[in-house]
Every structure is written in structure tokens, then in C-alpha cells.
Design a protein around this ligand. Structure first.
Ligand code: ADP
Ligand code: MG
Ligand code: ZN
Length: 506
């Protein structure tokens, strides 16, 4: 079977069809222990060292619900404006799971812990930002499966592999699955709506501090459902479900691709098969997976070994009251406080520097300076070292101190970069680095005037030019003084002293 399908031009496809989206997002919670046992959830352990009879599904083992997992589920539900069930149960989803030896996943079926919510997102379009409300069907609790490693093949996939290894460390780690209602009305912006939704959801869950939400590491995974219908008045068409789309950009690309692929099939009078499809990050294609089961095929039934969950209304209200500020509202508030443009705010957010910039300002720095250091020098260094900004060994307090010294004329940008280098190298706090490296600016007039005189003597024509009104010639003297002081002079001050010396006013 050929792996490449014919695609219709996207705009043409949108003239003929109305897309309907459905997004399923799995969030892996960062609880210390698994959902139904006390095994560790730490990432990267030796295979099968974080397992026990419960998560291996050995006969007779009894699961117990992790309260922190339930709490995280409720907080996510509340942040998504959902109703919280007064009473709900877990269900067994029966299937052949090589990576889950009990052969069922403990999930929730018709009794999710949270349901009927919405998330407002801002969708960038050609006509500006379009507000769009995505309705949430449900958010339910379940557990992750283990991991199968397919060895010997070229692709890491099961096809062509010689053998497979199974690691159950991940089996039983709590997941929250968040499912949208069918998303209609997005029209030609369906790809952008999908991406904006996942981005907003990720930001929201991150603000709750219940998950790492790292798409690249699989702690946030997205499945994209898509169908086409001739017009918005028609019934929904048959959907495909593209699995594990693991970057925001790919969410957008996967939607676009499925629109283009399905449009050709439907235009040719063909039928869409309800199936899962694999997203290929490298080629940007989807290929057919398995024909999708109907829910009945899983033979869901209530989990007999777990008590129902009945969160008290007091607890729910307590959790509601302790929710952090909605991140979208917080962004809008900070942007207004700082008085910066949408574009500048987007740069801060894209650099994942919002918290750091806010904290640097709170520590006393000017907003423009705080943004400049985090988005410039520090982003560059973090990038070079393959680290996140938060992982750099420099704090907002360090930067605020550096900024204060710049404002006092004790440091210039060049020296500040050297201070940053020293702090990152573990040479101590800002003042200790300055002392240790001898970085303070030469601030006494005496040595500066001596250096100016020396420069004027070495370049006698400069004084004449300046006297004749060619003030740009001052650059040569300032440069010479900077060189003589090994960069440790305040250039503006040198310029001022030079003009004073020559009796010229600027
Ligand atoms: P499954 O168990 O097959 O994954 P879910 O109900 O968990 O089903 O998720 C299906 C997703 O697809 C939901 O977001 C739902 O709103 C959406 N959806 C349902 N029908 C359609 C359709 N015809 N076209 C596009 N999306 C759909
Ligand atoms: Mg599903
Ligand atoms: Zn266990």
C-alpha cells in the first residue's frame, strides 16, 4: 500500500467541506506515586524497577486510589469550567494490552469526574485574533500503560523489529484525559483553532502545577479527530483519529493534512474509514492504524475493586478557591501593567520567560531591562547549553541587582555580561563576581581624563575636527579610552568628559 495519499489544496478543500474537530488530550500527572499503588513515578529508572503486584496486575492485588490524583483531576476540571461529579466510579476498559499485563485499563467511562466545561482560546488569524470557545465534554481519570521498545528494526516500530522489550515503570502513572465536544464553526481556521486550544490547555494545566506538560517527553499527548461534511447544516461525517501528535506545530499540521486527505477521498465518492492514524513527525504524513473499536467493544464495566469517588462539595469549593489566576487573564494583566505591545508580549511568552520576567520586575528591575536580559543574552546561553531558562543558575534577584548597578553607572552591558557569566559559572553572588573578576567600571574622573589626554595626543587631528564641529570624531577617542580601560569605562561619561576637556558643548 502506498504511504503517500493524494491531497487536495487546502483552500479548495475548504470550499467544498466544513471540518469538524475533536481533540483528546492526555495529561500525565506529576504525582509522586502511581494512580492505584505506591510505586514511584520518577522518569528514567531502570526498566521494571518501579513496579508492584498492583501495577503489574497480578492476581489478588488490590488497587487504592491516589488522592493527589483525584485532587489534580478536580482542579483541572474546575479550571476548565466543568461541573464536578458528586459521585463517580472507575471502569475497566478491556483490551489486549501487551504493555499493561492486567489487560484492562482502569479508566472512567460514563461517569467522568468532570464534565460540561469550556476553554476560551485566542486564535491568531489573518484578520487578527479571533476569540473562540471550545466546549469540553469531559475530563476523566485513568492510568498510563507501560512502554514497548521494539528492537532490531530500522524504525523503532513493531514492523520489522526482531523482538520487543516491555518496561512497566510507566504502567499505572495517573493520566487525565480531556475530551472536547465536537468543535464546529472553526471553518478554514480549524488547524489554528486546534493548535491554539492545545496551547491554551497546556498553559492552563501548567499553571496548576500538576504536570510537566512536556509534549516532547509525552507528559502531554494529543489525539486529533477530524471529519468533513459538505456544509455546516449536514450531519457529521466519519472521523479519523490521528494519534500522539506531539508538538503544537504538528497539531496544526495534522489537522491540515487530514482535511486535505479526506477531501480527495470524499470528492471522489469514497468513504472515510473510522480508524486511528499515525502521525509521522518527519514527513508530516498520517498513515492508517487500526480500525477503531466502538465503545461497546471494550466491554466497559465498573471497577469492582475500587470504591466510588464522592468528592465533598466543601472540598471542591476549597479547591476552586485555591485555583491560580487564569493564565490568559494573567498575561493580559501583565501586558497592561508593563505597557508593551502584543508582539513583545508574545516574544516573552514564546521564550517561556513570563514568570522570570515578572519575578525580575518584582525584584526591582525595569520591565524593558528584565525582558532584554531574559530574551537576549540568557535565552542565547540557555539555547547554547540545551537548557530551559529556568534551569540556568541565575535568578531574577541576580538580574535585578545587575540592573541596579547598571542604573548607578557601576556596570555597563559588556561588564554585565561578564557578571552573568560569572554567576552562571558558580563564582558567587553578583557583587562577589564583580570583586572577584575586577569588573567595576572606572568611575573616578582622574584615570578617565588621563586616558582621554593620552588618546588626544595620539590622534592630534581629532581635537581639531571636534573643535570644527565634527562631533562624530569623538568616537575615536571614546574607543581608545574604552580600549585603555579594557572596556571598564562608561562610554557616555567618557564622551561628556571629552567635550568638557575641549570646551565644546554637544
Ligand atoms: P474515542 O473513544 O473514540 O477516542 P472520544 O469520545 O474519547 O472517542 O473522543 C472522540 C473525539 O472526537 C471527541 O473530542 C469528540 O467530540 C470528537 N468527535 C466525535 N464525533 C466526531 C466527528 N464526527 N468528527 C469530528 N470529531 C468528532
Ligand atoms: Mg478517547
Ligand atoms: Zn505499582
Amino acid at each position: 500500500m502506498s504511504k503517500t495519499a493524494l491531497l487536495m489544496d487546502f483552500d479548495q478543500a475548504l470550499e467544498r467541506f466544513d471540518p469538524v474537530l475533536g481533540l483528546e488530550v492526555h495529561v500525565e500527572l506529576s504525582t509522586n506515586t502511581k494512580m492505584f499503588c505506591s510505586c514511584s513515578t520518577t522518569f528514567g529508572g531502570e526498566p521494571n524497577t518501579q513496579v508492584c503486584p498492583v501495577c503489574l496486575g497480578l492476581p489478588g492485588a488490590l488497587p487504592v486510589v491516589n488522592e493527589k490524583g483525584v485532587e489534580a483531576a478536580i482542579r483541572i476540571g474546575l479550571a476548565l469550567n466543568c461541573e464536578i461529579a458528586e459521585w463517580c466510579r472507575f471502569s475497566r476498559k478491556n483490551y489486549f494490552y501487551p504493555d499493561m499485563p492486567k489487560n484492562f485499563q482502569t479508566s472512567q467511562y460514563d461517569e467522568p469526574i468532570a464534565f460540561n466545561g469550556y476553554l476560551d482560546v485566542a486564535v491568531p488569524t489573518d484578520e487578527g485574533v479571533m476569540p473562540f470557545r471550545v466546549l469540553i465534554e469531559r475530563a476523566h481519570m485513568e492510568e498510563d500503560t507501560g512502554k514497548a521498545l521494539h528492537q532490531g528494526g530500522a524504525t523503532g516500530r513493531i514492523h520489522g523489529a526482531d523482538y520487543s522489550l516491555l518496561d512497566y515503570n510507566r504502567a499505572g502513572i495517573p493520566l487525565i484525559e480531556i475530551v472536547t465536544k465536537p468543535i464546529v464553526g472553526a471553518g478554514r481556521y480549524a488547524p489554528e483553532v486546534a493548535k491554539a486550544y492545545v496551547a491554551a490547555l497546556r498553559e492552563l494545566v501548567k499553571s496548576l502545577d500538576v504536570s510537566d506538560v512536556r509534549m516532547d517527553q509525552g507528559s502531554l499527548r494529543c489525539d486529533v479527530n477530524l471529519s468533513l461534511r459538505p456544509t455546516p447544516q449536514d450531519r457529521f461525517g466519519t472521523r479519523t483519529e490521528t494519534k500522539n501528535v506531539n508538538s503544537l506545530r504538528s497539531v496544526e499540521r495534522a489537522v491540515r493534512y487530514e482535511v486535505q486527505r479526506q477531501a480527495v477521498i470524499l470528492t471522489d465518492g469514497g468513504k472515510i474509514i473510522q480508524e486511528t492514524r499515525h502521525w509521522h513527525e518527519d514527513t508530516g504524513l498520517t498513515t492508517a492504524g487500526r480500525v477503531k473499536e466502538e465503545a461497546e467493544d471494550y466491554r466497559y464495566f465498573p471497577e469492582p475493586d475500587l470504591v466510588p469517588i464522592a468528592p465533598s462539595r466543601e472540598w471542591v469549593e476549597q479547591l476552586r478557591a485555591s485555583l491560580p489566576e487564569n493564565p490568559a487573564l494573567r498575561r493580559a494583566r501583565l501586558q497592561a501593567e508593563w505597557g508593551i505591545t502584543d508582539h513583545d508580549m508574545a516574544s516573552v511568552v514564546n521564550a517561556e520567560a513570563l514568570d522570570l520576567v515578572e519575578a525580575t520586575i518584582a525584584a526591582g528591575a525595569d520591565q524593558a531591562a528584565a525582558r532584554k536580559w531574559w530574551l537576549g543574552e540568557l535565552s542565547r546561553i540557555a539555547n547554547e547549553r540545551g537548557l530551559g531558562l529556568e534551569e540556568l543558575a541565575i535568578t531574577p534577584a541576580h538580574l535585578a541587582r545587575i540592573e541596579a548597578l547598571i542604573a548607578d553607572g557601576a556596570l555597563n552591558d559588556k561588564l554585565a555580561r561578564s557578571v552573568i557569566e560569572g554567576v552562571l559559572a558558580g563564582e558567587g553572588e553578583v557583587d562577589a563576581v564583580i570583586a572577584g573578576r575586577g569588573l567595576a567600571l572606572v568611575s573616578d574622573d582622574g584615570p578617565l581624563l588621563a586616558a582621554i589626554d593620552a588618546a588626544l595626543q595620539a590622534q592630534p587631528d581629532v581635537a581639531e575636527k571636534i573643535a570644527a564641529g565634527k562631533l562624530a570624531a569623538a568616537g575615536a577617542v571614546v574607543g581608545a579610552v574604552m580600549k585603555a580601560t579594557r572596556g571598564q569605562a562608561d562610554a557616555a561619561k567618557v564622551r561628556r568628559l571629552l567635550f568638557e576637556r575641549l570646551g565644546v558643548s554637544e
